[in-house]
Write a protein that binds this ligand. Sequence first.
Ligand SMILES: Nc1ncnc2c1ncn2[C@@H]1O[C@H](COP(=O)(O)OP(=O)(O)OP(=O)(O)O)[C@@H](O)[C@H]1O
Length: 276
Amino acid sequence: MTSSEPENLPDQAAFQAPLPSAGTPDGQALAIRGLAKSFGAKTAVNGINLDVPAGSFYGLVGPNGAGKTTTLSMATGLLRPDRGQVRVHGVDVWGHPLQAKRLMGILPDGVRLFDRLTGEQLVTYAGLLRGMDRQTVAARVADLLTALDLAGDAGTLVVDYSAGMTKKIALASALIHAPRLLVLDEPFESVDPVSAANIRDILHDYVRSGGMVIVSSHVMDLVQRMCDHVAVIAQGNVLAAGTVDEVCGGASLEDRFVALVGGRNRAEGLTWLRTS
Ligand SMILES: Nc1ncnc2c1ncn2[C@@H]1O[C@H](COP(=O)(O)OP(=O)(O)OP(=O)(O)O)[C@@H](O)[C@H]1O
């Protein structure tokens, strides 16, 4: 197996297949071929292939620095790849970025928001930017703020939001135009358990109604329970991809992840840290 050919793939040949052409009803919401990015001498993403089926709730896991954010940034048109192609519902992301972005809602990692706006203004701005009419935007903003438990802070400046509140208002901004594909980088980071459960409900409803979610997370248990597909990425390569059952093979995702990725360090070197 080469580093860019995942194991546990239902159909290995699919990864060798050419990128589906625009408009082809290929059943893939997101098709990535040979995607690569280096920063100087550092290869962040090493020519990966990934097929994300329509209607799936897809988890992307990997150790720190594995290339998850770089992959998602390239897949969503935020970062130009060195090479490779990405199609969203058949639309070439880098060939037709505006058309592709209309189909996507994106929650980037370390998102920089217009934080001198209130939460309500920020989500409203996101809706208007998408060309939606004011009445629809106002109704959806109210729905989203309520669903994400932010209605009481609608008038607070985003700069004064906590980390979890900021994550939630960014999520609301990603959802406002009802995209067909949601790409969420660490959506649950800093989010309290009740809000996380509410977000999960929203995402499951969204998938049930025909949407598709790709989510990166370090919380294996959450990914195993929430997602139906998963890809394990390390050092810019896909180590395994497929349904959660296929990838886990009867083990927990955490055990499978550690077995695939390795890297467990013994703490014996830190003798100076011992207090007795
Ligand atoms: N703008 C950049 N300039 C230089 N190196 C970068 C840049 N962005 C990412 N990298 C490097 O590329 C590699 C992959 O980073 P990336 O952020 O994609 O990993 P990740 O899997 O999202 O990590 P984490 O789980 O820690 O968020 C890392 O070695 C990182 O240092």
